[in-house]
Design a protein around this ligand. Structure first.
Ligand code: ADP
Ligand code: ASP
Ligand code: MG
Length: 407
């Protein structure tokens, strides 16, 4: 008998008919002789709808109360699924995050899971129940409801799979698996059969929202195999697993993209400590700075350009403008119209020339590169966001899936 954690995303539980279909699938998995824990998202659109209501009241709503509000979406679907399972004759119980103690820190809206007490789940499983858990939520040391950030139900599911030492964590969604690029942007994208944790970590952090990055971090740390697949059919999806030797043969496994904002601080005195002065306060505000470029000029002044998530731009600008005044820098300007496009692949470790081909492909499409950053298995470029989809398609067609030619 295996223990399987199944997570159903928003479109998979979008209405009563879909919730019935999910109940049928979970009950069938149990009938096949498995122990089953089901993690559910809110109905699609519900989390955004709830958070928009708070925004209607005030532009900066209280974060603790926003978590109480947002977590209700998953509470609804978990109860409905347990009702559907029971009405179909399958014993089932739902447990909220605070009932089983999915313990998190107190960072409302972006909390991190610290531990999960599995005793109550194990007892219910031993009693033959399907256990239903709302994703996206936990409880902090003060007993407050917390949420894990958008897409956080993936992380709930993988963390539960790790804590329960499940055989696998199935992420059931509205696509057949992880594709070489977003199938909505790139109709020629192909499903990947197996991908390493490291490549999936890069793709998730670079904008591939099919898995929340923290879920992949958990999976890698606790060796949980993830199976991303469709909840609408039975075809095999994508296995996210430990690296296998053949995976390095493919130079570029996937292309990801994300919209960002770019900030430039002009005429920064070129002295030790000034980068720390600029980026320290931004980090203190929990804003993650992505790419940074420093252009040194001849007269002892430098320009500093960096990117941040668009949602953090207003706050980042406020902070940087205040710093610029105190360190005697020039003016600060920003644009919201940039996109970061990245290629990812284990094969980049051992193959030279991928960057050159990436830049050539962009040049052929007359796309200007504003910033570049590389690491062992990825190359990212920042471009004008009106070229985002064109760049994703062009790079997919030119680079993805090419294999090393035998010598
Ligand atoms: P869920 O609601 O099930 O959590 P998400 O919307 O979070 O689903 O993730 C699935 C979506 O991710 C797909 O509909 C797809 O458009 C998008 N996506 C982006 N990049 C990729 C990719 N490389 N492979 C598969 N899906 C991707
Ligand atoms: N409902 C939450 C969201 O929309 C969490 C999730 O679906 O994973 O972000
Ligand atoms: Mg999701």
């Amino acid at each position: 008998m295996s223990l399987i954690v199944q997570k159903y995303g928003g479109t998979s539980v979008r209405d009563i008919e879909r919730i019935r279909a999910v109940a049928t699938r979970a009950a069938a998995t149990r009938a096949a002789g498995n122990e089953v824990v089901v993690v559910v998202s809110a109905m699609s659109g519900e989390t955004s709808r709830l958070l928009a209501l708070a925004q209607e009241l005030t532009p900066e709503p209280d974060q603790r109360e926003c978590d109480v509000l947002a977590s209700s979406g998953e509470q609804v679907t978990s109860a409905l699924l347990a009702i559907a399972l029971r009405s179909g004759g399958c014993p089932a119980t739902s447990f909220q995050g605070h009932q089983i103690r999915i313990a998190t820190d107190s960072a409302f809206g972006r909390a991190r899971i610290k531990s999960i007490d599995t005793a109550r789940i194990r007892a219910a499983l031993a009693d033959g129940q399907v256990v239903v858990v709302p994703g996206f939520q936990g409880v902090d040391p003060g007993g407050n409801v917390t949420t894990l950030g958008r897409g956080g139900s993936d992380t709930s599911a993988v963390a539960l799979a790790a804590a329960l030492e499940a055989a696998a964590c199935e992420i059931l969604t509205d696509v057949d698996g992880v594709y070489t690029s977003d199938p909505r942007i790139c109709p020629r994208a192909r499903k990947i059969d197996r991908i390493s944790y490291d490549e999936m970590l890069e793709l998730a952090s670079l904008g591939t929202k099919v898995l929340q990055i923290r879920s992949v971090e958990f999976a890698k740390r606790y060796h949980v195999p993830i199976h991303v697949r469709s909840s609408f059919n039975d075809t095999q999806g994508t296995w996210v697993v430990e690296e296998e030797s053949s995976m390095e043969d493919v130079e570029v496994s996937g292309v990801a993209s994300d919209r960002e904002a770019k900030v430039t601080v002009h005429r920064v005195p070129d002295q030790p400590g000034l980068a720390a002065a600029i980026f320290g306060p931004i980090a203190d505000a929990n804003i993650s700075v992505d790419m940074i470029i420093q252009n040194v000029s001849a007269d002892g002044m430098t320009d500093m350009t960096f990117t941040v998530p668009r949602s953090d731009l207003a706050q980042a600008l406020r902070i940087v403008r205040a710093t610029a005044d105190t360190i005697g820098a020039g003016h600060v300007d920003a644009t919201e119209t940039v996109a970061k496009v990245s290629i990812v692949g284990l094969g980049m470790r051992s193959h030279a020339g991928v960057a050159a081909r990436m830049f050539r492909t962009l040049a052929d499409h007359r796309i200007n590169i504003q910033m570049i950053s590389t690491s062992e298995i990825k190359i990212s470029i920042v471009i004008d966001d009106k070229f985002e989809e064109l760049a994703v398609r062009a790079l997919s067609d030119a680079l993805v899936g090419t294999r090393e030619e035998p010598a």
